[in-house]
Design a protein. Sequence first.
Length: 310
Amino acid sequence: MTHTIFIDGEAGTTGLEIRERLERRDDLELILLGDRRRDRAARAEALNAADAVILCLPDDAAKEAVAMIENPDVRVIDASTAYRTATGWTYGFPEMDAVQRGEIVGSHRVSNPGCYPTGFIGLMRPLVKAGLVPVDWPVTVNAVSGYSGGGKAMIAEFETGGALPYRAYGLTLKHKHVPEMTRHSGLHVPVLFSPAVGAYRQGMLVEVPLHLAALPETPSIDRLHGALVEAYDGCRFVEVAGLDETEAMTGLDPEGLNGTNRMRLHVFGDRGGSQARLVALLDNLGKGASGAAVQNLNLMLGLDEATGLS
Ligand SMILES: NC(=O)C1=CN([C@@H]2O[C@H](COP(=O)(O)OP(=O)(O)OC[C@H]3O[C@@H](n4cnc5c(N)ncnc54)[C@H](OP(=O)(O)O)[C@@H]3O)[C@@H](O)[C@H]2O)C=CC1
Ligand SMILES: CC(=O)N[C@@H](CCC(=O)OP(=O)(O)O)C(=O)O
């Protein structure tokens, strides 16, 4: 059986990556609008004709697209920030737990996680769930992303020259990912998010520093690592680096998983020491956007979760 898919925003950064992944498959048929992609009537027709639509649009345009869908059978995956904490939408992070995965399978409205939140929630949720980090703990997250994270406009800015080699941003501390990161990690206190963008195209590091001695249970590096290993046991796309491996590492390349739907979690710090640096490595356009969208699509259509993913 062939499923029909429409990518609204097919020529954008996220949309193009999804298109490349789906065009390799013979179990899916794409509705492509080409030069008519901004034509409202053409979009409305495609949005209601497809078995599943993937919205790769700015938030307002995504909301407008959802409002145009009248066919109750259409399944929607939204890559924007519009619905990531909204009622009636399922958060599309299947590795959170078996319940979440099951909800994605049965949902017609899935919000695809943001790139930074994927790294942060991947690191923090299991530790909060295990009681190693209290829900009211003040948590900081530092991160650096390649410039494709800012879509076509930021790509043009960096590739036409003149952009700084590294830029800290989100300086008002009101980044749009904060509610999503806080909610889905299980924390009750808004996280302090400190993002930066570098002069390379794609790939990211998301880091949470922890003073272990200040935490109520003073967890060891081994305990933090053990909680992550247990949480992602059997997960195909999320892995935890071994402590022997991280102890031997002298650096971490943000581009290390580019082109894949994988995320790798690291726990750095001396065993027996009082500090830890938790670091997630992922491709902002892979597990941080397009790869995750295809993974969710496969789950929602009852296909192999891993089909067509690099
Ligand atoms: N880039 C990334 O790493 C990630 C992005 N996201 C999210 O995915 C979404 C898309 O981002 P990204 O691909 O980076 O953005 P881009 O700017 O690269 O692409 C946006 C796309 O949306 C289309 N578009 C914009 N406004 C409208 C409109 N009013 N009606 C119809 N189409 C419109 C554009 O069309 P046209 O081609 O005609 O210009 C373009 O194809 C955003 O919500 C973003 O936050 C999520 C995770 C990671
Ligand atoms: C480098 C850069 O600008 N990155 C984007 C995040 C990209 C992303 O995750 O998109 P969503 O907002 O849809 O989640 C930003 O900080 O806004």
